[in-house]
Design a protein around this ligand. Structure first.
Ligand code: SAH
Length: 418
């Protein structure tokens, strides 16, 4: 009996080629894979992974398998699955349940199918498996050692659960590792978001007013890269410190109402709900383009926009046109879902190399230490974070300075002054 749900198993060859290409750009993960192959730290461990089904994720899955794990994979977003990758994984014997464009009902059915693996470890990108286990399938709790969370929004949800005493197993916030957040969130989102926008629209970024809503690690990356393409970048923020940082990084900072009037292209990366809504759509220019690279599809209030529109047309793949009463047209990319994964390939392998090295080593950490862990949200152990940074530098051929004895002494002394 076939134990997978994929679009077309015949796409496996193309998927396998692309997975191999990504593998060649993920040297740290490859190194861990070799180590896992020898030491088998995950022998017999059942893992459910609810991640974007991409070439990079495929390489994480094979690393876990090399360590001895049995893996079931399901998508963490209905629009981010690369169907050729799903096919290649299914052909290689992975239990994979993911089809690009699946509806919400299928999305959750696929999570349920993957749960049948009876997980010992859960990997999430947005906490959907953890939420499903806690709310609908508590019978799996007793088998679970712990979980890992890949993304900012998931970590926020889990911290709220832990604070309420509702979290029933330990979780490692992989997102918060420095070798994840500072690279994946910043350089990954920066590049892949522009890639997605260009793929969907092919607009010229030079000379455009690009409004970046949210100046966390993701927003910083998007703003930096849009500036590099010649856009006039405007940042919208709620945090005084981040707004100040954006201003001193050289961007114009203003509130959303003002930005709504000036923007040609809007990119939300806040992790929050309804940051662009009715009052802003009212002020936008004709042909403004709106898209999201942050949490789920809630940052742009499409319900508001739908109600304001007299007509909605799909003008081309992934581009919806909302025609308003006064004739203005507003374009929404990828239904307000993550434009970088829906309209492009997500982050490039070189950054996912570090994110997924943290994942793989965190899974090993959970398996080895679960008896000592409490039902809390843990940071990635510093030793893992440092190791990933060191390995990445090595693979990039970069050597760094070492402190001299004199410098070490100087830095640890309070008595030496001028
Ligand atoms: N789960 C939510 C939001 C998270 S998306 C949703 O789907 O709507 C952001 C996460 O996607 C990041 O933490 C990043 O690590 C991950 N990601 C980005 N590019 C990826 C890729 N090529 N493969 C796998 N995961 C990727």
């Amino acid at each position: 009996m076939k134990d997978y749900v994929v679009k077309d198993i015949k796409m496996a060859k193309q998927g396998a080629e692309r997975i191999e290409w990504a593998r060649r750009h993920m040297p740290v993960l490859n190194y861990i894979k070799e180590e896992f192959q020898k030491t088998k730290p995950l022998k017999g461990v059942n893992v459910i992974a609810c991640l974007h089904v991409t070439v990079e994720t495929a390489n994480l899955i094979s690393t876990l398998q090399a360590g001895g794990a049995n893996v079931a994979l399901t998508a963490s977003n209905p629009l981010s699955t690369q169907d050729d990758v799903a096919a290649a994984l299914a052909k290689g014997g992975v239990k994979v349940y993911a089809i690009r464009g699946e509806n919400e009902k299928q999305y959750y059915e696929n999570i349920e199918s993957a749960l049948k693996i009876k997980p010992n470890v859960t990997l999430d990108d947005g906490a959907d498996v953890i939420a499903t286990v806690h709310s609908k399938h508590p019978e799996y709790l007793k088998g679970i050692y712990g979980g890992c969370e890949e993304t900012t929004t998931g970590v926020i949800r889990l911290r709220a659960m832990a604070a309420d005493g509702a979290l029933k197993y330990p979780v490692i916030a992989v997102n918060d590792a420095e070798t994840k957040m500072m690279f994946d969130n910043r350089y990954g989102t920066g590049q892949s978001t522009l890639h997605g926008i260009i793929n969907a629209t092919n607009i010229l970024l030079a000379g455009k007013n690009v409004v970046v809503v949210g100046y966390g690690w993701c927003g910083r990356g998007v703003a930096m890269r849009a500036k590099g393409m010649g856009s006039n970048v405007i940042v919208v923020e709620v945090s005084p410190r981040k707004a100040l940082e954006a201003a001193m990084d050289g961007f114009r900072v203003m509130d959303m109402k003002q930005a709504a009037k000036e923007g040609d292209l809007f990119i939300t990366v806040t992790g929050d709900v309804s940051v662009i809504r009715k009052e802003h759509f009212k002020l936008m220019k004709d042909q403004a383009i709106v898209c999201n690279s942050g949490h789920f599809n809630v940052e742009i209030d499409l319900e508001d926009l739908g109600k304001m529109a007299k007509k909605v047309n799909e003008v081309k793949t992934d581009v919806m046109e909302y025609v308003l009463d006064d004739g203005r047209r507003i374009y929404v990319l990828a239904e307000g879902r993550l434009v970088n994964l829906a309209c492009a390939f997500g982050h490039p392998p070189e950054v996912m190399d570090m994110s997924f090295a943290n994942q793989a080593l965190s899974v090993k950490h959970i398996v080895e230490n679960h008896k000592k862990l409490k039902n809390e949200v843990y940071k990635v152990p510093e030793a893992i974070d440092n190791r990933v940074a060191k390995m990445k530098l090595e693979t990039m051929g970069i050597s760094i300075e070492k402190l001299t004895k004199e410098q070490e002494k100087y830095l640890s002394s309070w008595s030496m002054g001028t």
